[in-house]
Design a protein around this ligand. Structure first.
Ligand SMILES: Cc1cc2nc3c(=O)[nH]c(=O)nc-3n(C[C@H](O)[C@H](O)[C@H](O)COP(=O)(O)OP(=O)(O)OC[C@H]3O[C@@H](n4cnc5c(N)ncnc54)[C@H](O)[C@@H]3O)c2cc1C
Length: 273
């Protein structure tokens, strides 16, 4: 145990400052790093890590392959915070009950220590979108994380760019950041929020369609005025690989979009979790 304590001291470089469990398997985790990070681009990610000897959450399951006790298990997580935050970072995390890292992250409490990567990386950002172009963001699950960073960082400073978030989920409780998005929708003239739920109960008065059907029905144009045209609107997709693949195919085949790859031109940006 003493050895573990010294490993903790050597390898951990951040402290949990807030943990909000939205459901037993979905949380917003805020961590403060001992040293500030360099300013990043909204939409980028870093790594979180905990040692194999750390406890797992009470509602987790048997690990699919047990992490060796002394290994630092690291995974990538998109940063939810605005890009000017360099010392305190917010993450939106789903627990994979048999996973190696997330059950250990879900066992953390305020004041606990963990590892946060020193570098913030990724090409899923708005740097190539001219200030007058419109932006459509479609997300499922924790795929909303980089879009919250986009909005916190850019929506107010790009008044000539309309931005729309299409968020798909099963139930109301899975719509993380609903209040923040609904608030922006009512306060900013250039922002539009279109949530849609597949399995909502009768208290939900909103849309109940798949993201593909919502797009094909012309809802984005009707609600926001944004045209699904590669010359005018850049599209960002993030989340479940099945949703990303199917919506990307729709944009490519039906609307003539090109996927952004490396240095090649493209108006369709993809991040899969
Ligand atoms: C750029 C990027 C950004 C990301 N951002 C986020 C984010 O903001 N929020 C978020 O929640 N996630 C995010 N992820 C996903 C995250 O990195 C982890 O993959 C996720 O949290 C699961 O980690 P884990 O260690 O708990 O699960 P893992 O142990 O990695 O397991 C993942 C899944 O694979 C299965 N599996 C893997 N190996 C085996 C095996 N040998 N046998 C059987 N089953 C196996 C597991 O059962 C499980 O379903 C992001 C990923 C990327 C690439």
């Amino acid at each position: 145990m003493e050895d573990y304590e010294s490993l903790r001291q050597d390898r951990y470089n951040a402290t949990v400052v807030s943990k909000i469990l939205l459901t037993p398997d979905l949380m917003i985790l805020r961590v403060a790093t001992d040293e500030p990070r360099e300013q990043f681009s909204a939409g980028q990610y870093t790594t979180l890590g905990l040692s194999g000897f750390e406890p797992r959450s009470a509602n987790s399951e048997e690990e699919h392959s047990p992490a060796p006790a002394e290994r630092l298990v690291q995974r990538a997580y998109s940063i939810v915070s605005a890009r000017h935050e360099t010392r305190e970072f917010e993450f939106y995390i789903t627990q994979i009950k048999s996973g190696q890292l997330t059950p250990r992250l879900f066992a953390l409490e305020v004041g606990d220590r963990l590892f946060v990567g020193r570098r913030i990386v990724g090409v899923f950002n708005l740097s190539e979108v001219l200030p007058e172009k419109d932006v459509l963001m479609a997300a499922t699950g924790t795929g909303i994380a980089p879009f919250i960073s986009f909005l916190r960082s850019h929506v107010a400073s790009r008044p000539n760019s309309r931005m729309v978030v299409v968020q798909g989920a099963s139930h109301q409780r899975d719509l993380g950041y609903y209040s923040e998005l609904a608030f922006l929708n009512t306060t900013l003239a250039n922002f539009f929020y279109l949530p849609t739920l597949a399995d909502a109960d009768e208290t939900w008065r909103g849309r109940r369609m798949w993201i593909e059907d919502l797009l094909a029905a012309g809802e984005v144009k009707r609600e926001s005025g944004i045209t699904l045209d590669p010359a005018k609107t850049h599209v960002y997709l993030c989340g479940n690989p099945k949703m990303v693949e199917s919506v990307a195919r729709w944009f490519i085949e039906e609307k003539g979009y090109q996927q952004k790859k490396g240095r090649e031109e493209g108006q369709l940006f993809i991040e899969e979790f």
